[in-house]
Design a protein around this ligand. Structure first.
Ligand code: PLP
Length: 397
Protein backbone atom coordinates (compact mmCIF):
# COMPACT_ATOMS: atom_id res chain seq x y z
CA UNK A 1 0.00 0.00 0.00
CA UNK A 2 1.36 3.43 -0.92
CA UNK A 3 2.08 5.85 1.92
CA UNK A 4 -1.00 7.96 2.45
CA UNK A 5 -0.72 11.66 3.03
CA UNK A 6 -3.27 13.99 4.54
CA UNK A 7 -6.13 13.17 6.86
CA UNK A 8 -7.80 9.81 6.76
CA UNK A 9 -11.45 10.07 5.69
CA UNK A 10 -13.38 8.18 8.34
CA UNK A 11 -16.83 7.67 6.80
CA UNK A 12 -18.06 4.63 8.67
CA UNK A 13 -21.33 5.22 10.55
CA UNK A 14 -19.55 5.51 13.86
CA UNK A 15 -17.27 5.88 15.57
CA UNK A 16 -17.44 9.22 13.82
CA UNK A 17 -14.60 11.76 13.56
CA UNK A 18 -13.86 13.62 16.78
CA UNK A 19 -13.80 17.43 16.50
CA UNK A 20 -10.47 19.02 17.42
CA UNK A 21 -12.28 20.98 20.11
CA UNK A 22 -13.37 17.76 21.79
CA UNK A 23 -9.90 16.21 21.46
CA UNK A 24 -8.38 19.26 23.11
CA UNK A 25 -10.99 19.26 25.88
CA UNK A 26 -10.06 15.67 26.76
CA UNK A 27 -6.33 16.38 26.79
CA UNK A 28 -6.37 17.23 30.48
CA UNK A 29 -4.79 15.89 33.63
CA UNK A 30 -6.91 13.39 35.49
CA UNK A 31 -8.55 14.74 38.63
CA UNK A 32 -9.73 13.22 41.88
CA UNK A 33 -13.10 11.67 41.06
CA UNK A 34 -14.21 12.29 44.65
CA UNK A 35 -13.38 16.01 44.59
CA UNK A 36 -15.62 19.06 44.39
CA UNK A 37 -14.10 19.79 40.97
CA UNK A 38 -15.28 16.40 39.71
CA UNK A 39 -18.74 16.92 41.18
CA UNK A 40 -19.07 20.12 39.11
CA UNK A 41 -18.10 18.22 35.95
CA UNK A 42 -20.45 15.32 36.83
CA UNK A 43 -23.40 17.62 37.46
CA UNK A 44 -22.77 19.61 34.27
CA UNK A 45 -22.74 16.56 32.01
CA UNK A 46 -25.55 14.69 33.76
CA UNK A 47 -27.78 17.75 33.47
CA UNK A 48 -26.48 18.77 30.04
CA UNK A 49 -27.29 15.38 28.52
CA UNK A 50 -30.95 15.86 29.27
CA UNK A 51 -31.30 18.55 26.59
CA UNK A 52 -30.07 16.13 23.94
CA UNK A 53 -32.40 13.33 25.04
CA UNK A 54 -35.16 15.96 25.44
CA UNK A 55 -35.98 14.79 28.91
CA UNK A 56 -36.33 16.17 32.43
CA UNK A 57 -35.89 12.66 33.87
CA UNK A 58 -32.66 10.98 34.96
CA UNK A 59 -30.01 10.05 32.41
CA UNK A 60 -27.29 7.69 33.62
CA UNK A 61 -23.87 7.45 31.99
CA UNK A 62 -21.91 4.19 31.98
CA UNK A 63 -18.24 3.79 31.15
CA UNK A 64 -19.04 1.17 28.50
CA UNK A 65 -19.81 0.78 24.84
CA UNK A 66 -23.45 0.89 23.73
CA UNK A 67 -23.88 -2.83 24.27
CA UNK A 68 -23.61 -2.25 28.02
CA UNK A 69 -26.48 0.23 27.91
CA UNK A 70 -28.54 -2.32 25.92
CA UNK A 71 -27.95 -4.84 28.70
CA UNK A 72 -28.66 -2.25 31.40
CA UNK A 73 -32.08 -1.48 29.87
CA UNK A 74 -32.97 -5.17 30.00
CA UNK A 75 -31.61 -6.15 33.41
CA UNK A 76 -33.15 -3.14 35.15
CA UNK A 77 -36.68 -3.62 33.84
CA UNK A 78 -37.39 -7.24 32.90
CA UNK A 79 -37.49 -10.68 34.47
CA UNK A 80 -36.52 -14.00 33.01
CA UNK A 81 -39.60 -15.56 31.36
CA UNK A 82 -41.02 -12.14 30.32
CA UNK A 83 -42.10 -11.55 26.74
CA UNK A 84 -41.04 -8.52 24.71
CA UNK A 85 -41.91 -7.32 21.23
CA UNK A 86 -39.13 -6.31 18.83
CA UNK A 87 -38.89 -5.58 15.11
CA UNK A 88 -36.25 -7.08 12.82
CA UNK A 89 -34.95 -3.88 11.29
CA UNK A 90 -31.43 -5.23 10.77
CA UNK A 91 -28.25 -6.45 12.43
CA UNK A 92 -28.43 -4.29 15.56
CA UNK A 93 -32.05 -5.20 16.33
CA UNK A 94 -30.94 -8.83 15.95
CA UNK A 95 -28.07 -8.35 18.41
CA UNK A 96 -30.32 -6.65 20.99
CA UNK A 97 -32.74 -9.54 20.62
CA UNK A 98 -29.90 -12.00 21.31
CA UNK A 99 -29.00 -10.21 24.54
CA UNK A 100 -32.63 -10.36 25.69
CA UNK A 101 -32.77 -14.07 24.82
CA UNK A 102 -29.61 -14.73 26.86
CA UNK A 103 -31.44 -13.36 29.91
CA UNK A 104 -34.30 -15.80 29.36
CA UNK A 105 -36.64 -13.23 27.78
CA UNK A 106 -39.04 -14.51 25.09
CA UNK A 107 -38.73 -12.21 22.10
CA UNK A 108 -41.58 -11.89 19.64
CA UNK A 109 -39.44 -10.68 16.71
CA UNK A 110 -41.56 -9.16 13.95
CA UNK A 111 -39.76 -10.28 10.78
CA UNK A 112 -38.35 -7.65 8.44
CA UNK A 113 -36.47 -7.54 5.14
CA UNK A 114 -33.83 -5.03 6.40
CA UNK A 115 -35.05 -2.44 3.88
CA UNK A 116 -37.28 -0.37 6.15
CA UNK A 117 -37.92 0.71 9.73
CA UNK A 118 -40.18 -0.94 12.28
CA UNK A 119 -43.83 -0.95 11.14
CA UNK A 120 -46.10 0.88 13.64
CA UNK A 121 -49.19 -0.95 12.29
CA UNK A 122 -47.59 -4.37 12.82
CA UNK A 123 -46.63 -3.38 16.37
CA UNK A 124 -50.16 -2.16 17.07
CA UNK A 125 -51.66 -5.40 15.71
CA UNK A 126 -49.40 -7.53 17.96
CA UNK A 127 -50.28 -5.44 21.00
CA UNK A 128 -54.02 -5.51 20.27
CA UNK A 129 -53.82 -9.32 19.95
CA UNK A 130 -52.05 -9.55 23.31
CA UNK A 131 -55.24 -9.69 25.37
CA UNK A 132 -53.42 -11.16 28.37
CA UNK A 133 -51.01 -8.18 28.38
CA UNK A 134 -48.08 -10.61 28.44
CA UNK A 135 -45.82 -8.27 26.44
CA UNK A 136 -43.74 -6.36 28.97
CA UNK A 137 -41.81 -4.11 26.59
CA UNK A 138 -41.69 -2.91 23.00
CA UNK A 139 -38.02 -2.52 22.00
CA UNK A 140 -37.07 -0.68 18.82
CA UNK A 141 -33.82 0.49 17.24
CA UNK A 142 -34.40 4.10 16.16
CA UNK A 143 -31.66 4.29 13.53
CA UNK A 144 -30.68 0.85 12.28
CA UNK A 145 -27.00 1.44 11.59
CA UNK A 146 -26.63 -1.73 9.54
CA UNK A 147 -29.20 -0.67 6.94
CA UNK A 148 -29.67 3.10 7.11
CA UNK A 149 -33.37 2.91 8.02
CA UNK A 150 -34.81 5.19 10.70
CA UNK A 151 -37.91 3.97 12.50
CA UNK A 152 -40.78 6.35 13.20
CA UNK A 153 -40.70 6.43 16.99
CA UNK A 154 -43.52 8.98 17.41
CA UNK A 155 -45.79 6.77 15.30
CA UNK A 156 -44.81 3.67 17.26
CA UNK A 157 -45.71 5.53 20.46
CA UNK A 158 -49.12 6.29 18.94
CA UNK A 159 -49.51 2.63 17.99
CA UNK A 160 -48.82 1.54 21.58
CA UNK A 161 -51.34 4.10 22.85
CA UNK A 162 -53.92 3.12 20.23
CA UNK A 163 -53.67 -0.47 21.44
CA UNK A 164 -54.10 0.77 25.01
CA UNK A 165 -51.19 -1.47 25.98
CA UNK A 166 -49.18 -0.91 29.18
CA UNK A 167 -45.85 -2.27 27.82
CA UNK A 168 -42.68 -0.32 28.49
CA UNK A 169 -41.23 1.38 25.43
CA UNK A 170 -37.45 1.05 25.01
CA UNK A 171 -35.59 2.69 22.15
CA UNK A 172 -31.97 2.30 20.99
CA UNK A 173 -30.71 5.70 19.83
CA UNK A 174 -27.05 4.69 19.70
CA UNK A 175 -26.68 5.97 16.14
CA UNK A 176 -29.42 8.59 16.12
CA UNK A 177 -28.97 10.71 19.23
CA UNK A 178 -27.76 14.23 18.40
CA UNK A 179 -28.13 13.50 14.68
CA UNK A 180 -31.87 12.83 14.28
CA UNK A 181 -34.71 14.52 16.17
CA UNK A 182 -35.53 12.48 19.25
CA UNK A 183 -37.86 13.24 22.18
CA UNK A 184 -37.64 10.93 25.20
CA UNK A 185 -40.33 12.70 27.26
CA UNK A 186 -42.72 13.78 24.51
CA UNK A 187 -42.77 10.29 22.99
CA UNK A 188 -43.08 8.74 26.45
CA UNK A 189 -40.16 6.45 25.94
CA UNK A 190 -39.36 4.52 29.12
CA UNK A 191 -35.74 3.69 28.43
CA UNK A 192 -33.63 5.41 25.80
CA UNK A 193 -30.34 3.66 25.16
CA UNK A 194 -27.45 5.57 23.60
CA UNK A 195 -23.71 5.71 23.02
CA UNK A 196 -20.96 8.31 22.75
CA UNK A 197 -19.24 7.48 19.48
CA UNK A 198 -21.72 8.66 16.83
CA UNK A 199 -23.78 11.86 16.91
CA UNK A 200 -22.14 12.94 20.17
CA UNK A 201 -18.78 13.05 18.34
CA UNK A 202 -16.88 11.40 21.20
CA UNK A 203 -14.63 8.37 21.31
CA UNK A 204 -16.32 5.04 22.05
CA UNK A 205 -16.54 4.33 25.77
CA UNK A 206 -19.62 6.05 27.20
CA UNK A 207 -23.17 4.76 27.06
CA UNK A 208 -26.46 6.11 28.35
CA UNK A 209 -29.86 5.16 29.69
CA UNK A 210 -32.53 7.86 29.95
CA UNK A 211 -35.09 6.50 32.39
CA UNK A 212 -38.81 7.26 32.84
CA UNK A 213 -40.60 7.03 36.17
CA UNK A 214 -42.42 3.95 34.91
CA UNK A 215 -39.11 2.25 34.04
CA UNK A 216 -37.65 3.25 37.40
CA UNK A 217 -40.69 1.71 39.11
CA UNK A 218 -40.26 -1.49 37.08
CA UNK A 219 -36.63 -1.65 38.25
CA UNK A 220 -37.84 -1.96 41.83
CA UNK A 221 -39.83 -5.13 41.22
CA UNK A 222 -38.18 -6.89 38.28
CA UNK A 223 -36.20 -10.03 38.98
CA UNK A 224 -33.08 -10.02 36.82
CA UNK A 225 -29.90 -9.81 38.89
CA UNK A 226 -27.52 -6.92 38.24
CA UNK A 227 -24.85 -5.00 40.03
CA UNK A 228 -22.71 -2.82 37.77
CA UNK A 229 -25.72 -1.74 35.69
CA UNK A 230 -28.07 -1.08 38.61
CA UNK A 231 -29.93 2.22 38.20
CA UNK A 232 -30.90 2.73 41.84
CA UNK A 233 -27.37 3.10 43.19
CA UNK A 234 -26.27 5.10 40.15
CA UNK A 235 -29.08 7.67 40.32
CA UNK A 236 -28.66 8.08 44.07
CA UNK A 237 -24.94 8.85 43.80
CA UNK A 238 -25.31 10.90 40.58
CA UNK A 239 -27.49 13.33 42.54
CA UNK A 240 -24.27 14.78 43.97
CA UNK A 241 -22.38 14.65 40.68
CA UNK A 242 -20.50 11.44 41.54
CA UNK A 243 -20.44 7.87 40.24
CA UNK A 244 -20.60 4.59 42.20
CA UNK A 245 -17.23 3.59 40.70
CA UNK A 246 -14.28 5.26 38.97
CA UNK A 247 -15.81 7.31 36.15
CA UNK A 248 -14.32 7.83 32.67
CA UNK A 249 -13.27 11.35 33.64
CA UNK A 250 -11.58 12.41 30.41
CA UNK A 251 -14.46 11.16 28.28
CA UNK A 252 -16.71 13.30 30.47
CA UNK A 253 -14.52 16.34 29.67
CA UNK A 254 -15.11 15.49 26.03
CA UNK A 255 -18.84 15.11 26.63
CA UNK A 256 -19.00 18.53 28.28
CA UNK A 257 -17.39 20.08 25.19
CA UNK A 258 -19.53 18.12 22.72
CA UNK A 259 -22.71 19.18 24.53
CA UNK A 260 -21.55 22.80 24.33
CA UNK A 261 -20.91 22.44 20.60
CA UNK A 262 -24.36 20.95 20.02
CA UNK A 263 -25.94 23.74 21.99
CA UNK A 264 -24.00 26.41 20.07
CA UNK A 265 -25.02 24.98 16.69
CA UNK A 266 -28.57 24.33 17.92
CA UNK A 267 -30.11 20.88 17.79
CA UNK A 268 -32.52 21.77 14.99
CA UNK A 269 -29.62 23.04 12.85
CA UNK A 270 -27.69 19.86 13.63
CA UNK A 271 -30.66 17.75 12.49
CA UNK A 272 -31.20 19.71 9.27
CA UNK A 273 -27.47 19.53 8.48
CA UNK A 274 -27.66 15.75 8.75
CA UNK A 275 -30.73 15.66 6.51
CA UNK A 276 -29.06 17.88 3.91
CA UNK A 277 -25.91 15.74 3.80
CA UNK A 278 -27.99 12.56 3.59
CA UNK A 279 -30.10 13.93 0.72
CA UNK A 280 -26.93 14.87 -1.17
CA UNK A 281 -25.52 11.38 -0.62
CA UNK A 282 -28.69 9.77 -1.94
CA UNK A 283 -28.57 12.08 -4.98
CA UNK A 284 -25.04 10.81 -5.65
CA UNK A 285 -26.11 7.17 -5.31
CA UNK A 286 -28.98 7.73 -7.73
CA UNK A 287 -26.70 9.44 -10.24
CA UNK A 288 -24.27 6.50 -10.05
CA UNK A 289 -27.21 4.25 -10.99
CA UNK A 290 -26.89 2.35 -7.71
CA UNK A 291 -29.61 1.63 -5.16
CA UNK A 292 -30.04 2.77 -1.56
CA UNK A 293 -30.82 -0.21 0.71
CA UNK A 294 -33.65 1.57 2.57
CA UNK A 295 -36.68 1.44 0.27
CA UNK A 296 -38.98 3.79 2.15
CA UNK A 297 -38.07 7.44 1.45
CA UNK A 298 -39.70 8.47 4.75
CA UNK A 299 -37.30 6.22 6.65
CA UNK A 300 -34.02 6.88 4.83
CA UNK A 301 -31.46 7.71 7.47
CA UNK A 302 -29.95 11.16 8.00
CA UNK A 303 -26.94 9.41 9.60
CA UNK A 304 -25.71 6.96 7.00
CA UNK A 305 -26.56 5.62 3.57
CA UNK A 306 -26.22 1.91 2.82
CA UNK A 307 -25.56 1.39 -0.89
CA UNK A 308 -26.34 -1.91 -2.62
CA UNK A 309 -23.61 -3.35 -4.80
CA UNK A 310 -24.59 -4.56 -8.26
CA UNK A 311 -25.05 -8.37 -8.26
CA UNK A 312 -21.83 -10.40 -8.35
CA UNK A 313 -19.69 -7.48 -7.15
CA UNK A 314 -18.13 -7.73 -3.70
CA UNK A 315 -18.69 -4.72 -1.45
CA UNK A 316 -15.73 -5.75 0.72
CA UNK A 317 -13.36 -5.90 -2.23
CA UNK A 318 -14.60 -2.48 -3.33
CA UNK A 319 -14.07 -1.03 0.18
CA UNK A 320 -10.56 -2.49 0.35
CA UNK A 321 -9.57 -0.94 -2.99
CA UNK A 322 -11.10 2.41 -2.04
CA UNK A 323 -9.26 2.43 1.30
CA UNK A 324 -5.94 1.56 -0.29
CA UNK A 325 -6.20 4.05 -3.14
CA UNK A 326 -7.98 6.94 -1.51
CA UNK A 327 -7.49 6.61 2.26
CA UNK A 328 -11.19 6.48 3.05
CA UNK A 329 -12.91 4.01 5.39
CA UNK A 330 -16.45 3.06 4.40
CA UNK A 331 -18.72 0.89 6.54
CA UNK A 332 -18.98 -2.82 5.79
CA UNK A 333 -22.21 -4.73 5.29
CA UNK A 334 -23.19 -6.58 8.49
CA UNK A 335 -25.06 -9.83 9.06
CA UNK A 336 -27.44 -10.71 6.21
CA UNK A 337 -26.10 -7.94 3.97
CA UNK A 338 -22.40 -8.68 4.53
CA UNK A 339 -20.42 -8.06 1.31
CA UNK A 340 -23.64 -6.93 -0.42
CA UNK A 341 -23.70 -3.31 0.74
CA UNK A 342 -21.27 -0.63 1.80
CA UNK A 343 -22.23 2.18 4.13
CA UNK A 344 -21.36 5.86 3.87
CA UNK A 345 -21.42 7.63 7.25
CA UNK A 346 -22.36 11.34 7.19
CA UNK A 347 -22.84 12.01 10.87
CA UNK A 348 -21.49 14.11 13.67
CA UNK A 349 -18.52 16.27 12.71
CA UNK A 350 -19.33 16.40 8.99
CA UNK A 351 -19.92 19.28 6.61
CA UNK A 352 -20.53 19.81 2.91
CA UNK A 353 -16.93 19.67 1.74
CA UNK A 354 -16.04 16.72 3.95
CA UNK A 355 -18.99 14.88 2.41
CA UNK A 356 -18.05 15.87 -1.14
CA UNK A 357 -14.50 14.68 -0.53
CA UNK A 358 -15.86 11.38 0.71
CA UNK A 359 -18.25 11.01 -2.22
CA UNK A 360 -15.36 11.72 -4.61
CA UNK A 361 -13.50 8.85 -2.99
CA UNK A 362 -16.54 6.60 -3.31
CA UNK A 363 -16.95 7.50 -6.99
CA UNK A 364 -13.28 7.09 -7.88
CA UNK A 365 -13.29 3.83 -5.92
CA UNK A 366 -16.19 2.52 -8.01
CA UNK A 367 -14.15 3.15 -11.14
CA UNK A 368 -10.97 1.68 -9.64
CA UNK A 369 -12.79 -1.49 -8.54
CA UNK A 370 -14.54 -1.89 -11.90
CA UNK A 371 -18.01 -1.59 -10.37
CA UNK A 372 -20.53 -0.70 -13.10
CA UNK A 373 -21.86 2.81 -12.51
CA UNK A 374 -22.40 6.17 -14.17
CA UNK A 375 -20.13 9.07 -13.28
CA UNK A 376 -21.58 12.35 -12.04
CA UNK A 377 -22.57 11.37 -8.49
CA UNK A 378 -20.45 14.10 -6.91
CA UNK A 379 -21.96 16.70 -9.28
CA UNK A 380 -25.44 15.52 -8.33
CA UNK A 381 -24.53 15.81 -4.63
CA UNK A 382 -23.26 19.36 -5.20
CA UNK A 383 -26.52 20.29 -6.94
CA UNK A 384 -28.51 18.76 -4.07
CA UNK A 385 -26.50 20.72 -1.51
CA UNK A 386 -27.02 23.96 -3.41
CA UNK A 387 -30.75 23.28 -3.71
CA UNK A 388 -31.09 22.69 0.03
CA UNK A 389 -28.80 25.45 1.22
CA UNK A 390 -30.70 26.66 4.25
CA UNK A 391 -28.11 29.22 5.17
CA UNK A 392 -26.27 27.15 7.73
CA UNK A 393 -22.87 28.59 6.98
CA UNK A 394 -21.55 31.83 8.36
CA UNK A 395 -22.16 34.69 5.93
CA UNK A 396 -19.13 35.97 4.10
CA UNK A 397 -18.20 39.50 5.14
N1 PLP B 1 -27.08 -0.28 18.48
C1 PLP B 1 -26.80 0.40 17.36
C2 PLP B 1 -27.89 1.02 16.57
C3 PLP B 1 -25.47 0.52 16.95
O1 PLP B 1 -25.17 1.19 15.82
C4 PLP B 1 -24.43 -0.08 17.72
C5 PLP B 1 -23.02 0.01 17.29
O2 PLP B 1 -22.71 0.43 16.22
C6 PLP B 1 -24.80 -0.77 18.86
C7 PLP B 1 -26.12 -0.84 19.23
C8 PLP B 1 -23.77 -1.43 19.72
O3 PLP B 1 -23.01 -0.47 20.36
P1 PLP B 1 -21.47 -0.70 20.77
O4 PLP B 1 -20.79 -1.23 19.55
O5 PLP B 1 -21.03 0.68 21.17
O6 PLP B 1 -21.46 -1.65 21.89
Amino acid sequence: MATQQGRHFLHIPGPSPIPDRVLRAMDMPIIDHRSAEFARLGKTVLEGCKAVFKTAQPVVIYPSSGTGAWEAAIVNTLSSGDTVLMAETGHFATLWRQIAARFGINVDFIPGDWRRGADPAAIEARLVADKARAIKAVMVVHNETSTGSTSRIAEIRKAIDAAGHPALFMVDTISSLASVDYRHDEWQVDVTVSGSQKGLMLPPGLSFNAISEKAMAASKTNKLPRSYWDWQEMVKINANGFFPYTPATNLLYGLREALAMLQEEGLDTVFSRHQRLAAATRAAVKAWGLEVLCENPAEQSPVLTAVMMPPSHSADRYRKITLEKYNISLGSGLGKVADKVFRIGHLGECNELMLLGALSGVEMGLAAAGVPHRSGGVMAAMAALEARDDGNQASVA
